[in-house]
Design a protein around this ligand. Sequence first.
Ligand code: MEV
Length: 322
Amino acid sequence: MRQEAIGEAHSKLILVGEHIVVYNKPAIAIPCPLTLRARIKERNGEITISSQFYTGSIYDMPDRAKGILECVKRSFELCNKPMEGVQIEIQSDIPVGRGLGSSAASATAIVRGIYKYFNKDITTEELFSLVELAESYAHGRPSGIDMMAVVREEPIMYQRTEGASSLIAPKPFHVVVADTGTIGDTKKAVSHVKKMRSQRPWEIDHTMAQIEEIVIKAKESILTGDSELLGSLLTRNHEKLRELGVSVSSLDRLVEVAIRLGALGAKLTGGGMGGCIIALAKDIESAKTISTGLMENGATKVWYFSTNSKNWFTVHSGICVD
Ligand code: MEV
């Protein structure tokens, strides 16, 4: 056992296919360089947790965070340790409720930290099932893509019954992420789509089939490094998400602005109904121009980064804030 250990996790972006992935269709997610760290430190007595939102005993956390309690309990059990004697400090760059996977990243970083603290190795499968415990409280019945994208280090094609496969791009992509400043509600958006599907099954299934085609083409465009095609597929996907009723005017506006400023394409990312957009730029200079323009047109925060074709991690990045 160490006196202190740090677990880290990155955020994620759904590139294409959110919502249809809930219905066992494929989607593509990529890692996003915003990170969250969980510091596990020795302390006497019961476990405490401190974060931007809550500080106190792990047993008194608000109901929406109860999944974390279950996940920590199970991690201690699997490490054969009594559930006591540490404090957990969360420090995060990932905005909450913006579709960037902050809840999956919290659970991932905490589990990684606990295992490191007890000098125990963890497999991706074990990590996934512990994060799943926490996430099933946060999102009801998620598809699993957020967790999978956060625990993996590369872009993935994901389908609920098939799991994830890596997608290796032959060249970098240049990505812009802009925050509308409003919290999205994945649970609400998922139930909205479900309701629409029960009311107008033919129409919604048709839209979902069109999104599935977009995902298949997006996979090819990643594998061939065709950023223009990928960009146009993002914009088409956004139109389809609008048809599903999960976009809002602040998201539509940022998508329009990004395209007007030269983005190859743009769309909402994650559950929608608030949260962030993702845009693809032709190069890093264009990504910077689009980022500045998005800030001037209502975004509250913008991040841009270029991917590294080997492991998809950032080679250049920047941030614009109010
Ligand atoms: C949320 O990031 C993605 C959704 O498809 C929900 C899910 O897959 O669990 C909207």
